[in-house]
Design a binder for this molecule. Structure first.
Ligand SMILES: *[C@@H]1O[C@H](CO)[C@@H](O)[C@H](O)[C@H]1NC(C)=O
Ligand SMILES: *[C@@H]1O[C@H](CO)[C@@H](O)[C@H](O)[C@H]1NC(C)=O
Ligand SMILES: *[C@@H]1O[C@H](CO)[C@@H](O)[C@H](O)[C@H]1NC(C)=O
Ligand SMILES: *[C@@H]1O[C@H](CO)[C@@H](O)[C@H](O)[C@H]1NC(C)=O
Ligand SMILES: *[C@@H]1O[C@H](CO)[C@@H](O)[C@H](O)[C@H]1NC(C)=O
Ligand SMILES: *[C@@H]1O[C@H](CO)[C@@H](O)[C@H](O)[C@H]1NC(C)=O
Ligand SMILES: *[C@@H]1O[C@H](CO)[C@@H](O)[C@H](O)[C@H]1NC(C)=O
Ligand SMILES: *[C@@H]1O[C@H](CO)[C@@H](O)[C@H](O)[C@H]1NC(C)=O
Ligand SMILES: *[C@@H]1O[C@H](CO)[C@@H](O)[C@H](O)[C@H]1NC(C)=O
Ligand SMILES: *[C@@H]1O[C@H](CO)[C@@H](O)[C@H](O)[C@H]1NC(C)=O
Ligand SMILES: *[C@@H]1O[C@H](CO)[C@@H](O)[C@H](O)[C@H]1NC(C)=O
Ligand SMILES: *[C@@H]1O[C@H](CO)[C@@H](O)[C@H](O)[C@H]1NC(C)=O
Length: 469
């Protein structure tokens, strides 16, 4: 029998009583007595969205926010003459403004930082990021509220993992507060949402997809923001989101970071991917100026729940929307990798998995289908998909630092296929891996990371996420 404060060993020898185990409240009360509590700024108004599902009403307003157009496309210009004049030879070329302070940089002359948007571009980019933070907050809470502890356990996730999801939701409260404070009184607020998810495993997979386009959507515009102050704060929130994305990948049994660089995409690409999951927003919600392209589906998007992902059936992943998760319902037990016992086959939650059979490979035949323009999407079905491109001729593959095209073979009015290209970013770094982006375009015009948004007039459908690895 166990006696409090006295441990009797096997030989019947009385041992010294162990010190009582401190509880966490001992730590908190100890620190609270000596340390003055500093007040923190309040967080923005949040509520748990109680209704989910599709929007069924009639929109009271339609289309993206617009004003006068100065031209139909932005013409290409030569580089800024000053862009190539710095000698870049490791020497100092100008007097230092102060000791240990090389000359140059933006806002380095002592000017007071002002954390405000400096243009419509800044405002609209941040408003888009805020729509994204709001859906993440709701999605993480919704997942916790919707799936039982048993559902999570069947996906290999326990109470400590659920606590991490809860904490991630709290991070989104902080991110939403930050951006709301920067934008001011008309900042977009929480909406209601509709998720293509039916199991805890699918929830985790959807989270790694949604956080991928959230993260990449910000990288696409960060360097273009007029306000360096705002860019700095936003980067500090998006690096947190990047960690969330990696954790959701790990919980999906995917290699945590199979790339050397994280990709950036244009705002209209992020909005195209995000809008289908927002069902309605309040009547006076601030609207966005970005484009919604017609949806693109990767018909045989690799199913990460399969031991051999090359056996993925049509629409097994992305069933009814471009970012819908990989299903497990149609994968037979012998082909399901979640409980596989062989190393290289198992895809349960882990820090890393080294899959014997990769999700995709160069030369893989990839099938697509796409929607026509003119479909109502997004909050209250009040945005409408559109495109300027007149024909789908190429598949644009966008990942890491690269944009690469492959020819699209059109097989029907809304279907076609291509073969996955074999491209490396640098030697030893295959460019197409992880959760990446594909779109259909009319031309194979070259763009690099910083001018990728100039591809938009060429986009025929998409983007869609491609689960390359
Ligand atoms: C300091 O730099 C900012 C831009 O970085 C510029 O607008 C401002 O005029 C500069 N101030 C002075 C005193 O040179
Ligand atoms: C929202 O839902 C989450 C998950 O169920 C819960 O942890 C949290 O306390 C809820 N927040 C509010 C404000 O009710
Ligand atoms: C995997 O194993 C867990 C724990 O035994 C079980 O709950 C779950 O249903 C299994 N999942 C699949 C897809 O076989
Ligand atoms: C919407 O209405 C609420 C309540 O009147 C107000 O606080 C908010 O600023 C309004 N939002 C916009 C975008 O006008
Ligand atoms: C997709 O299908 C799921 C499951 O059938 C459903 O819950 C969800 O509303 C659908 N999503 C969309 C965006 O149509
Ligand atoms: C969108 O739908 C919601 C829910 O029906 C409604 O309250 C809101 O006023 C609608 N917004 C607009 C802009 O029509
Ligand atoms: C992948 O599947 C396709 C279609 O079933 C087949 O033709 C191809 O040989 C497979 N490739 C690999 C590497 O398994
Ligand atoms: C899953 O299996 C069911 C029943 O066999 C079938 O009706 C459905 O089309 C399949 N779905 C996918 C996405 O393969
Ligand atoms: C991991 O994968 C690599 C590349 O596919 C392979 O060369 C290596 O043998 C694998 N290592 C283990 C421990 O399975
Ligand atoms: C993606 O990266 C993983 C981990 O390095 C590797 O095993 C896999 O073969 C890669 N897939 C592709 C398509 O290169
Ligand atoms: C991929 O990106 C790297 C780095 O920008 C570049 O050097 C390389 O040429 C690109 N490859 C292709 C095929 O575009
Ligand atoms: C985009 O930038 C690349 C170089 O990074 C250049 O080759 C291309 O012409 C640019 N496109 C436009 C339309 O300016």
């Amino acid at each position: 029998m166990y006696c409090q404060g006295l441990f009797v060993g096997f030989a019947g020898i009385a041992l010294a009583a162990p010190a009582p185990t401190p509880t966490s409240s001992d730590y908190y009360s100890a620190s609270a007595t000596n340390v003055p509590v500093q007040s923190a700024p309040p967080v923005v108004d949040v509520h748990n969205v109680t209704s989910h599902g599709p929007f069924t009403g009639t929109p009271t307003t339609t289309g993206a926010l617009t004003t006068t157009f100065l031209a139909s496309v932005i013409p290409a210009l030569p580089p800024n003459p000053a862009a190539t004049t710095y000698p870049s030879d490791g020497k100092l070329h100008d007097p230092e403004p102060a000791p240990y302070t090389p000359n140059g940089g933006r806002d380095t002359n002592g000017t007071l930082p002002i954390y405000k948007p400096k243009s419509d571009f800044d405002y609209e980019s941040l408003a888009l990021a805020l729509y994204q933070e709001w859906i993440e907050l709701d999605l993480f809470n919704w997942g916790l509220a919707t799936f039982s502890d048993d559902d999570f356990s069947a996906s290999g996730l326990g109470p400590e993992d659920r606590e991490l999801i809860r904490f991630m939701a709290q991070q989104e409260v902080g991110h939403a507060t930050l951006i709301t404070n920067i934008l001011g009184a008309e900042a977009p607020v929480q909406c209601t949402y509709n998720y293509p998810i039916s199991t805890a495993r699918e929830f985790v997979d959807f989270c790694q997809r949604l956080t991928r386009f959230g993260e990449s959507g910000v990288y696409g515009f960060l360097g273009h923001l007029g306000s360096g102050e705002v860019a700095t704060l936003l980067l500090q929130s998006i690096t947190t989101e990047a960690r969330q994305q990696m954790i959701f990948r790990q919980w999906s049994g995917l290699f945590p970071m199979p790339v050397w660089f994280e990709v950036g995409i244009p705002q209209s690409w992020a909005w195209t991917l995000l809008a289908p999951y927002i069902s309605s927003c309040p009547a006076n919600q601030t609207r966005l100026a970005w484009q919604n392209f017609p949806a693109l589906y990767v018909v045989n998007n690799p199913n990460s729940n399969r031991i051999n992902p090359n056996r993925t059936g049509d629409y097994e992943t992305n069933g009814n929307s471009s970012s819908a998760p990989a299903t497990i319902t149609n994968v037979t037990a012998s082909e399901n990798c979640i409980n596989a016992t062989i190393i290289g086959e198992n895809c349960g939650p882990a820090i890393s998995h080294n899959r014997s059979l990769p999700l995709s490979f160069p030369g893989r035949q990839v099938f697509f289908s796409w929607e026509d323009a003119g479909k109502p999407v997004g909050p209250n079905n009040s945005y409408v998909t559109s495109r300027a491109a007149t024909a789908p001729n190429y598949v644009a593959w966008v990942n890491q630092l690269n944009l690469t095209y492959s020819a699209l073979t059109v097989t029907g009015p809304n279907s076609g296929y291509t073969f996955q290209p074999d491209v490396s970013t640098f030697e030893g770094d295959p460019a197409f891996n992880g959760t990446m982006f594909v779109a259909l375009t009319s031309t194979n015009e070259f763009f690099s990371s910083y001018n990728l948004s100039m591809i938009n007039p060429n986009v025929f459908a998409g983007p869609a996420l491609y689960q390359a690895g």
